[in-house]
Design a protein around this ligand. Structure first.
Ligand SMILES: NC(=O)c1ccc[n+]([C@@H]2O[C@H](COP(=O)([O-])OP(=O)(O)OC[C@H]3O[C@@H](n4cnc5c(N)ncnc54)[C@H](OP(=O)(O)O)[C@@H]3O)[C@@H](O)[C@H]2O)c1
Length: 335
């Protein structure tokens, strides 16, 4: 079968298409004919060599395909089932209260889904949404599961709440879609007028160009009658947090998810406590949370926004598109 391996020290030029043998499933494992994957910022950090991994690691955290064979201890899945990966194979449910729960990330700590066949424990998968293609399902395990947890597990949004999403990447577009499906108002920000128009078509109620409005926190207050927003999907990190603290409403919730602008910066502490706001750190979500998300997708018919798909052999080109930040929503691999 075909797979992509990343040679040390990483870098997109070190992604190599290779032939490797599939392994038969043992004990609690299933063998999955993998048909799709999708790109996340985490995968980019691995592929570009910024996050060192073992020599020859097969990258990509997300995958979706058909169960081909099962080990003798597997009861949950049968050959023919359509499954998708979990970002954290060891986090079944509850809080992320041990490091062990958030270890074993496919494509980082263990081989991932840039491969036509994978063999992993059954607990590393859930069922896919009923009517999804493999490509659609492969957009969910990292980006959508993160948006889901931020909104419904941590912030516990209610219909009528106002949610601000930063930019038009994978996590933010899913957060916009989930928030609208839950009856929330959405303020969307982007660096591009064209992308803002698309975000409006996807349901965003108010739009802010964060390039034009560097102090978009003040702009948010201005368009919300000085109240601010109840929930913020914070993917910018150090460069955007101060604006988020300005934009958040009294008692609001900032879901700290991303580091697109870097990992260190100033925190306006007094403004934060004066607002009685909560910041919660988020690492994707548990398997149980993913199963809840799948139920909601089956009920709402929500469809992921896929910008473009590439063949497995074109993984480096797919990362170059991601690097350019020209995409909106998800970039996929289909094979
Ligand atoms: N903690 C977790 O569990 C978790 C899970 C998933 C992702 N993440 C993190 O979340 C971040 C986003 O991930 P992703 O997969 O959605 O990335 P992505 O698809 O690559 O998102 C890129 C988009 O982010 C927007 N952006 C960049 N700089 C921005 C800024 N200063 N302010 C607002 N928006 C900005 C841009 O949107 P426009 O072009 O519209 O401006 C850009 O196109 C990454 O840092 C990733 O590591 C964390």
């Amino acid at each position: 079968m075909r797979a992509i391996k990343l040679a040390k020290p990483g870098g997109l030029h070190n992604l190599q298409l290779v032939e490797v043998a599939a392994t038969a499933p043992q004990h609690d494992q299933i063998q999955v004919r993998n048909h799709a994957s999708s790109l996340n910022f985490h995968d980019y950090v691995v592929a570009s060599g910024l996050l060192p991994v073992d020599d020859g690691r097969i990258p990509m955290s997300d995958g979706a395909g058909i169960v081909e064979a099962i080990g003798p201890a597997v009861t949950e899945f049968s050959p023919g089932d359509r499954v998708m990966s979990c970002f954290f194979p060891h986090w079944a449910s509850g809080r992320a209260d041990t490091l062990a729960k958030i270890s074993g990330i496919p494509g980082d700590n263990v081989d991932g889904f840039a491969a036509e066949t994978v063999t992993m424990p059954a607990a590393a998968f859930t069922s896919m949404p009923d009517d999804y293609s493999f490509e659609q399902a492969a957009t969910l395990p990292c980006a959508a599961a993160t948006a889901w947890r931020a909104l419904f597990v941590e912030a516990q949004v209610q219909p009528g709440d106002t949610v601000l999403v930063q930019g038009s990447g994978g996590v933010s577009v899913f957060a916009l879609q989930f928030a609208k499906a839950a009856g929330c108002n959405v303020v969307a920000t982007s660096s591009s007028e064209e992308k803002l128009a698309t975000l409006q078509e996807l349901g965003a109620d108010q739009l802010i160009n964060y390039r034009e409005h560097e102090n978009w926190g003040d702009k948010t207050l201005a368009i919300t009658d000085n109240r601010g927003v109840d929930v913020i999907i914070e993917v910018g990190g150090s460069g955007t947090l101060a604006q988020s603290v300005r934009a958040i409403a009294m008692g609001g919730h900032i879901s700290m998810i991303g580091v697109l602008t870097g990992i260190q910066g100033e925190v306006p502490t007094a403004e934060l406590f004066q607002k009685n706001a909560v910041i919660s750190g988020i690492t994707v979500g548990s398997r149980a949370s993913q199963q809840d998300m799948v139920k909601a997708i089956n009920a709402t018919g929500l469809e992921p926004v896929i910008d473009r798909s590439f063949d497995l052999a074109e993984l480096a080109d797919a990362f170059r598109l991601q690097e350019s930040q020209q995409h909106l929503g998800k970039i996929c691999l289909s094979f």
